[in-house]
Ligand binder design. Structure first.
Ligand SMILES: Nc1nc2c(c(=O)[nH]1)N[C@H]1C(S)=C(S)[C@@H](COP(=O)(O)O)O[C@H]1N2
Ligand SMILES: [Mo]
Length: 327
């Protein structure tokens, strides 16, 4: 496909700096946020002239410049932003996560003016980036999301933490789907298409489509419940019988009902305090723990509002363990 975009970087580009003990801020500074670009980083100038096309099953196919989008009501959303991990290793647990304040225009506002046809079930979103990944010619980066989701807080975002998006985060325009894994939040957003079926590209079929035990597949959409311990940091020396405040973050698309802590490799669990948060920001949990002789690691597990728990291993949201040294 003809490609008249300029790139800062061609091919895979990523930055995964966020070790959990460094995630001390409620809103992660941009330099501490993950970056994940499969095909390259676009170099866009004159961002306000960038156009977004709306096509497919709509009454009025239309296009908007970023300048026009910025003149529409601006919405801010604080949400957890998590990479699902390498699509080449979908079951490997990762803690590639941060919490971000996004700003832009609500997707339902813009789609409302285009008039969505009754036959539409999915919104396909296409990035301007294209190229090779995992040895495959991928065409454009294209994802999809169920239409039912857009009445939520999905944004056409042009700001991250109060500043224009950086090139690697999708300047000048990206989709943000709070509660869904980062892979769904398409950067350098060029086109939205309303469709009755799922998108057929590699990023929605070959990759980011989990295989269930019965052979069916499940799109990597909603973030499963997960938690990380921020303090103590790994390998800290602790004194026996001291009262230690353990704290961390928990999140999940479904909301978090409880977080528990284990100091005996998961044999017993104690409840943590949870702060109240609105929306899909991560939630802080805290727990006073009396340091026990013989303990060599701390585990946290989050339980979602629908009762889903973090597994011990083998899934991307598996329990995270912090090794400690009791003296
Ligand atoms: N156009 C485009 N959008 C994309 C990607 C990409 O490669 N191209 N990567 C996705 C993945 S896997 C993740 S985790 C998030 C990361 O967003 P960030 O780099 O802004 O943190 O962007 C998503 N959006
Ligand atoms: Mo990702």
């Amino acid at each position: 496909m003809a490609d008249d975009f300029t790139y800062k970087v061609r091919g895979f580009f990523g930055r995964i700096p966020s070790e959990p003990h460094l995630l001390t801020d409620r809103i992660t500074p941009v330099e501490g946020c993950i970056v994940l670009c499969h095909l390259g980083v676009l170099d866009v100038t004159h961002g306000d002239d960038w156009t977004l096309e709306i096509a497919g099953l709509v009454e009025t196919p239309s296009s908007f410049s970023v300048g026009q989008l910025k003149s529409l009501p601006k919405t801010e959303v604080v949400s957890v932003h998590q990479c699902a991990g390498s699509p080449l290793a979908p079951d490997k647990p990762t803690q590639r996560v941060c919490n971000v304040r996004w700003a832009g225009v609500r997707l339902d506002h813009v789609l409302g003016s285009a008039g969505v046809a009754r036959s539409a079930n999915f919104v396909w979103s296409q990035g301007a980036d294209s190229g090779d990944f995992g040895g495959i010619a991928c065409g454009h980066y294209i994802k999809d999301l169920p239409l039912s989701r857009i009445s939520d807080d999905v944004l056409l975002a042009y700001e991250m933490n109060g500043a224009p998006l950086l090139p690697e985060h999708g300047y000048p325009l990206r989709l943000v789907v709070p509660g869904f894994y980062g892979t769904n939040s398409v950067k350098w957003l060029r086109k939205l298409e309303l469709r009755s079926e799922r998108a057929p590209g590699v990023f929605t079929t070959t990759w980011y489509n989990d295989l269930a035990p019965d052979g069916s597949t499940q799109p990597v959409w909603a973030i499963a419940p997960q938690s990380v311990i921020v303090a103590p940091k790994p390998n800290r020396q602790l004194r026996r019988d001291e009262v230690l405040q353990v704290w961390g973050w928990a999140w999940g698309d479904d909301g978090i009902a409880a977080v528990e802590l284990s100091a005996d490799e998961g044999r017993s669990w104690q409840g943590c305090r949870l702060e109240k948060v609105s929306g899909r920001s991560w939630t802080k949990f805290t727990c006073d723990w009396i340091v026990k002789e013989g303990c060599c690691g701390l585990l946290s597990r989050a339980i979602s509002r629908s009762g889903e728990n973090q597994p011990a291993g083998g899934r991307r949201n598996a329990i995270y363990r912090v090794p400690v040294l009791v003296v």
